[in-house]
Design a protein around this ligand. Structure first.
Ligand SMILES: Nc1ncnc2c1ncn2[C@@H]1O[C@H](COP(=O)(O)OP(=O)(O)O)[C@@H](O)[C@H]1O
Ligand SMILES: [Mg+2]
Length: 457
């Protein structure tokens, strides 16, 4: 049987003979990312018998509601094929094709998820929902199915805050390329899509509504009726969601705790920190959440620099300590400051506090002030620094810290209003921010005198 398929031109890159290992397809909602990518993967599965293709998203529930729904309701029918078996999509472990190829759905929250599997292709949907690059890289460890012509991890996403790790992982493109008003503008994106990625980056492919044959008629260069109807449904969005979902721009959220933070003024290119400037290391411990460890220094002018970071979950304290010691070579550490609750109290899992485990590795932590009743004051002290951009800078390499400055938000109630009371800050995107608050509240200074903290290397 010959199926006739329509697919947006940006997705023709899915058929390149030697595709880049990691490719990010970004774009506003409705540019046919999910359907386009699944169509490409279905062609691959049919062409390469026995191919295993992992379909993934942050949670299994979200995967089922979006990717698997599109696969079953749009892609199988477009190929004139029937969804195999009668298992509902909620519990399905695989979709098997007659030639031995299969699609394997995995939620990143799935406790049974396995990377012992060998796969040829991985599709990670809505990468913006994934907190750490390492989660995607760990999954990509499965890309070792032998006998396949190529192995590739495809990620798609709606844009989010500009400092998000995913935006940093993919090659940069000029911002104005995302404004597509003429066939020439669109052509420029297509030419970019087919070039190899910039060295050291993931390939970035910018998709637009012109890539959705259901919504845009390229020959007539106008929206289809379905496209116009779809645009109407997006009109209700305002502010940053509109910029991300309708325009496809990477912009910071509104309602962040630090609206003063400005990438143009507070982020700088890294330089070599003189060895005799004091370093202060701040530590917010996490296992399921990332552990955030930040290096601060203070210049003779009093300007504070955040110049290095570790941002990683799932690791033992001793592993972090080893990594910290490595990074400290050539640095003069005056003190280690840590979260007073998490690092200095016992937990059910471990009778030894994190501070005492670190001490065994030669790192002596002091607590920063407790936030209880005090958080607003600590936030205000960071704001004061931010209001004088010559006094507070972050190295561009500290991507996770930049991202949290652009993301950490106030809680909103269902009406979008700020609720009153203590607990007004969102409890996410706040790992580096806890460290920044804690270390700034220690009032760190430029001291040339080498009063080394006990145990500091
Ligand atoms: N090739 C196509 N032909 C017809 N309609 C399409 C096609 N691709 C996408 N669409 C329509 O556009 C909608 C949005 O596509 P989807 O892949 O979910 O976009 P995204 O993942 O970019 O948000 C689909 O539900 C479908 O109605
Ligand atoms: Mg989608």
């Amino acid at each position: 049987m010959i199926a006739s398929l329509t697919i947006g031109q940006s997705y023709l890159t899915l058929f390149q003979p030697k595709p880049p290992r990691f490719v990010l397809y970004e774009g506003p909602r409705g540019t046919a990312k999910t359907r386009g990518i699944l169509t490409g993967l279905m062609c691959y599965a049919l062409k390469n018998p026995g191919a295993r293709i992992i379909l993934s998203r942050s949670t299994r529930t979200r995967l089922t509601e979006t990717v698997l729904t599109t696969l079953e309701e749009q892609v199988y029918p477009a190929f004139g094929m029937r969804v195999p078996g009668d298992a509902g999509r909620v519990n399905r472990h695989s979709y098997d094709l007659p030639n031995g190829s299969s699609f394997i759905p995995i939620g990143l929250d799935d406790p049974q998820r396995t990377t012992s599997m060998e796969a040829a292709k991985i599709y990670v949907s809505e990468g913006i929902e994934i907190g750490m690059r390492q989660h995607v890289e760990a999954l990509a460890g499965a890309l070792r199915q032998p006998g396949m012509p190529d192995r590739q991890c495809i990620i798609d996403t709606n844009p989010g805050p500009p400092g998000h790790w995913l935006n940093a992982a993919a090659e940069p493109v000029p911002k104005h390329w995302r404004r597509v008003e003429s066939p020439e503008d669109y052509q420029r994106l297509l030419e970019h899509a087919h070039r190899p990625p910039q060295e050291g980056f993931w390939k970035r492919i910018v998709t637009r509504h012109q890539d959705n044959p259901g919504y845009f008629d390229l020959t007539a260069w106008q929206w289809t009726d379905a496209g116009r109807e779809y645009l109407d449904t997006l009109q209700m969005f305002t502010g940053h969601l509109r910029r991300r979902w309708l325009d496809g721009d990477w912009v910071a959220a509104e309602g962040t705790v630090f609206p003063e933070f400005d990438e143009d003024r507070h982020v700088i290119e890294p330089f070599n920190v003189p060895a005799d400037w004091p370093t202060y290391v701040g530590w917010d411990a996490g296992f399921d959440h990332p552990t955030a460890i930040l290096w601060f220094t203070v210049a003779p002018t009093g300007c504070i620099y955040v110049y290095d970071e570790i941002y990683r979950g799932g690791r033992a304290v001793s592993d972090h300590c080893r990594h910290v010691h490595e990074k400290n070579a050539g640095r003069t550490v005056h003190a280690y400051y840590a979260d007073p609750q998490h690092c200095f109290s016992q937990t059910a899992q471990s009778p030894k506090t994190i501070a005492s485990q670190a001490k065994e590795c030669g790192i002596s932590m002091s607590p920063w002030p407790r936030t209880g009743g005090n958080e607003e004051t600590m936030v205000e002290r960071v704001r004061e620094k931010l209001r004088q951009p010559s006094m507070f800078k972050v190295f561009r390499t500290c991507q996770n810290t930049i991202n949290e400055f652009q993301s950490w938000s106030y809680k909103r109630d269902a009406r979008g209003d700020l609720p009153a009371g203590e607990d007004k800050f969102e409890d996410r995107d706040n790992h580096s921010m806890d460290v920044v608050k804690g270390v700034i509240s220690m009032n760190i200074q430029h001291k040339r005198q080498l009063i080394r903290a006990v145990g500091a290397a």
